[in-house]
Design a protein around this ligand. Structure first.
Ligand code: GRF
Length: 209
């Protein structure tokens, strides 16, 4: 079984989608083994505890330098023999040291169709505000590998979601989560755990079952 660490900072609805998938046998080949939070009071920690997954709070400000923080994070991942890292609303920047160590083993969920509304500054409600401001009729979510370019790694899965008249950033965020994020993230995790994602020339190829 491939051991999965989920890194969170907030409510943890995407973590919950992963927990539900595991409980329903939809995460074959993988096991949720550790939840790391960048905030002490993240509700995601409660979800992990309820599901019996070990948790750890890792605060950037507890470490004098980025290097000290990276070492602590890498030690934690090593000790737990983690083979897949999932960023599910994790608000602390992952440094190049960690990215290089886990090349094509870190996946992130972004609430838009990359390359729209992504990159530095596009997080949380800001993504949906930008989509509404631009007046696009379709948005969605993207699961991608994490590389040194913000939201620039190889794309694994995407799903489109309609924008409706009268949408606010909040209603749109909710619809993107319900119709795209909570489905895509467990699906991508399962594909990874089954060894079905190949990366070639910066793109992914999903192998048939
Ligand atoms: C989601 O919108 C995700 O796309 C983004 O952060 C949010 C996390 O929400 N990266 P939750 O903590 O999983 O509820």
């Amino acid at each position: 079984m491939l051991k999965i660490a989920v890194l969170v900072s907030g409510g943890g609805t995407n973590l919950q989608a992963l927990i539900d998938a595991q409980n329903n046998g939809k995460l074959p080949g993988g096991v949720l083994s550790l939840v790391i939070s960048s905030k002490k009071d993240a509700y995601a920690l409660e979800r992990a505890k309820k599901a019996g997954i070990p948790t750890k709070v890792l605060l950037r400000r507890d470490y004098a330098t980025q290097q000290d923080y990276d070492e602590a994070l890498l030690a934690l991942l090593d000790q737990n023999q983690i083979g897949l890292i999932i960023l599910a609303g994790f608000m602390t920047i992952i440094s190049e040291t960690v990215i290089r160590r886990y090349e094509n083993q870190i996946i992130n969920i972004h609430p838009s169709l990359i390359p729209s509304f992504c990159g530095p500054g596009y997080y949380g409600l800001k993504v949906h505000e930008a989509a509404l401001r631009r007046g696009v009729k379709v948005t969605g979510a993207t699961v991608h590998f994490v590389n040194e370019v913000c939201d620039g790694g190889p794309i694994i899965l995407q799903k489109a979601v309609e924008i409706l008249p009268g949408d606010t950033p909040e209603t749109l965020q909710r619809r993107v989560m319900e119709q795209a994020e909570w489905q895509l993230l467990p699906k991508a995790a399962a594909l990874f755990c089954q060894g079905r994602i190949l990366v070639q020339d910066g793109q992914t190829i999903i192998k048939e079952e």
